[in-house]
Design a protein around this ligand. Structure first.
Ligand code: NAD
Length: 345
């Protein structure tokens, strides 16, 4: 495949880029390099003959049209987004502009280019989305692909809107799309404003480890490399017009997750007292969804995907990676808003 990846300098997009190049595909990485981007995430593949970087914003239609015409991709994997719920509470405008209008621009540029090529059935537009579009679960049940949309934050509402646009472009214009909705990812290169890197880095720095509310909110954690593998499988083998839920079947409350990370640090970098003593409960996020859980039956039964890493293994790999890659995360701590409490409403 010749894949146009948007957001390939971010956390999940860079995992897709690294894996796609390793699997022998060509990649055009389109990224605006916002505060959340880091080109070091793709440094391992940036000298590969099949890799090109395009510094462009998906809000810029002319740039998108030029990129399609120049590189003539046969596949689009759309990951560029504003992705931090707390930032969406403080400043929803960017989320509307990038996640909704940017997706609209990309769909239109893809449709124009696809038409110019004679509307090949082999073309794919893969929209990468989140399980947060389904809202919040109670103590039981899981999200399936048929769960009604019920987004509750500016971030999830903007992602839900973009999902609707992508489906509409398939129904109306027959653009060959596939969609995926994934649970919470974690792993190497996770930007240090998200929960797991915050926990690791605050623990290392002897700072309070913040837990929103009472820590009972549950998330279904998936190792980022397993997500990247699933995305590359769906884009090749998924049925046109269909969506696939992706999840690790690894439900943990935030408190269980943070305690597990502290336990790993206690083993790998022991000090006189446990890192868990740094846990501090802070004011909850407004509208904080209680529980997310994915039913991955469709992707497992139709495409044969299952995660390769348990949450215990994945968390240990992640903690080790942060311990070994201080030069990566230290520079990012200086970026705007990182290390400050955001999204208190
Ligand atoms: P991220 O914030 O780490 O990276 C986003 C990337 O998009 C950055 O490199 C940024 O520079 C780029 N970008 C932002 N606005 C842009 C614009 N206007 N034009 C071009 N590039 C732009 O995000 P992530 O965690 O890697 O998430 C990637 C995608 O996966 C998002 O669409 C997100 O909604 C989805 N997703 C994330 C998770 C998760 O747990 N992180 C789970 C499910 C789905």
């Amino acid at each position: 495949m010749k894949i146009l990846v948007t957001g390939g300098a971010g956390f999940i997009g860079s995992a897709v880029v690294r894996r796609a190049i390793a699997n022998g595909h060509e990649v055009v990485n389109v990224d605006a390099l916002t505060y959340a981007a880091c080109l070091e995430n793709v440094a391992a593949v940036s000298d590969s003959s099949g890799y090109v970087f395009e510094h462009a914003d998906i809000r810029d239609c002319d740039a998108l049209n030029r990129i399609f015409e120049t590189h003539k991709p046969d596949t689009v994997m759309h990951l560029a987004a504003e992705s931090h719920v707390d930032r969406s509470i403080d400043g929803p405008k960017n989320f509307i502009e990038t996640n909704i209008c940017g997706t609209f621009n990309l769909l239109e540029a893809a449709r124009k280019y696809w038409a110019s090529q004679g509307r090949p059935e082999t073309f794919r537009f893969h929209h990468v989305s989140t399980d947060e579009v389904f809202g919040s679960l109670g103590a039981t049940g899981k999200f399936t692909e048929d769960t009604p949309y019920d987004p509750r934050s500016p971030y999830s509402a903007s992602k839900a809107s973009s999902d609707h646009l992508v489906r509409a472009w398939h129904e109306t214009y027959r653009l060959p799309v596939v969609l995926t909705n994934c649970s919470n990812n974690y792993g190497p290169y996770h930007f240090p404003e998200k929960l797991i890197p915050v926990v690791i880095l605050n623990a290392l720095h002897g700072k309070p480890i913040p837990i929103y509310g009472n820590g009972s909110n549950v998330r279904d954690w998936l190792y980022v490399e397993d997500h990247a593998e699933a995305l590359l499988l769906v884009v090749r083998k998924g049925e046109i017009g269909r969506s696939y839920n992706i999840g690790g079947e690894n439900e943990l409350s935030n408190l269980e997750l943070v305690r597990a990370i502290c336990g790993i640090l206690d083993r790998l970098l022991p000090k006189t007292n446990s890192y868990a003593e740094q846990i501090t409960f802070v004011a909850d996020r407004p509208g904080h969804d209680m529980r997310y859980a994915i039913d991955p039956t469709r992707i497992r039964e139709e495409l044969g995907w299952r995660p390769s890493v348990t949450v215990e293994e994945g968390l240990e790999r992640t903690v080790r990676w942060y311990l070994e890659n201080e030069s990566w995360w230290r520079a990012l701590l200086e970026r705007d808003g990182v290390g400050h409490r955001l999204g208190v409403g």
